[in-house]
Ligand binder design. Structure first.
Ligand code: GLN
Length: 273
């Protein structure tokens, strides 16, 4: 069969077109090269490759993220290796990176902490853009840290990693960023996320358990004027700005993701005290 026929078969099974393209390119060892695929759709697909492609399509139909099936995901222009030990980095999370880089722009050698780093996405993107930054990243999961450390090594980025729960053992920073778990434990869309680590997704009945814990602990680890930035769910911006204000942060504000949803909120530790 040709590549075009293989894609048509995947479409008939219900696999989204872009997913099928990425899976087929992965099988062919041409990672992400959709232009090549369009130009070669009359090429023949070998029997072995066809069987491999079909198996990946079946797994995709069982909701396994494409990133786990191909073992990679691009985040902020960086190719990251990912697997089921970590949450798949989402484009939404690029919002927090952009905002952090703006705030750090005029600050030489800033000290930055990424809490619950997972694949290392936020820490690595900031370190890549700011070679002079001292970036530290923590995760409670030793398995996640293995993935993040391997990404840092492969990309040649000097992020320092540490196993810890939120701010335990942390120092003092100019900026703390986090994409913590924030989904309510009864949220229906968890079913479709069942291949990803539950502890990276779910945070109690209101989804705010971890956001609250971080907001309360962060002031003691920020220099006066330092920033805390938190990613959160589509309907949590107001609640998170409230948590920041309650923890003594000044100027709580929110930023939208590419879909126009207020996706992250941040605040400044007051200069005094
Ligand atoms: N944005 C992710 C989702 O809803 C959740 C990420 C998180 O809990 N930090 O699929």
């Amino acid at each position: 069969m040709t590549l075009r026929e293989a894609l048509a078969q995947a479409a008939a099974l219900g696999v989204a077109r872009i997913d099928a393209q990425l899976l087929l390119l992965h099988v062919l060892g041409r990672e992400g090269d959709r232009a090549w695929l369009l130009a070669h759709d009359d090429d023949a697909l070998g029997a072995q490759a066809e069987e491999k492609f079909r198996a990946l399509c079946r797994r995709r139909l069982d909701d396994e993220p494409v990133a786990y099936l191909t073992g990679r995901k691009e985040f902020f222009g960086l190719p990251l290796a990912v697997d089921a030990r970590v949450l798949v980095p989402r484009p939404d999370t690029e919002t927090i990176v952009e905002w952090a880089l703006e705030l750090l722009r005029d600050m030489p050698a800033p000290r930055v902490l990424d809490l619950g780093t997972g694949s290392g996405a936020i820490a690595l993107a900031i370190q890549h853009a700011r070679r002079d930054a001292q970036v530290e990243a923590v995760d409670r999961s030793a398995e996640a840290l293995e993935v993040a450390q391997a990404n840092a090594r492969r990309l040649g980025l000097p992020v320092r990693f540490r196993q810890a729960s939120w701010l335990d053992g942390a120092g003092t920073y100019d900026l703390i960023a986090s994409n913590p778990p924030y989904i309510r434990s009864d949220d229906g869309h968890l079913a479709s996320l069942r291949h990803e680590p539950r502890e990276a997704l779910v945070a109690g009945p209101d989804g705010l358990d971890d956001l609250r814990a971080i907001a309360n602990a962060a002031p003691a680890h920020l220099r006066p004027g330092g920033w805390l930035m938190l990613e959160h769910g589509w309907d949590q911006a107001e609640a998170v700005r409230g948590l920041l204000a309650a923890a003594g942060f000044a100027e709580p504000a929110s930023r939208c993701d590419l879909a126009g949803i207020a996706r992250c909120s941040g605040g400044r530790r007051l200069e005094l005290g």
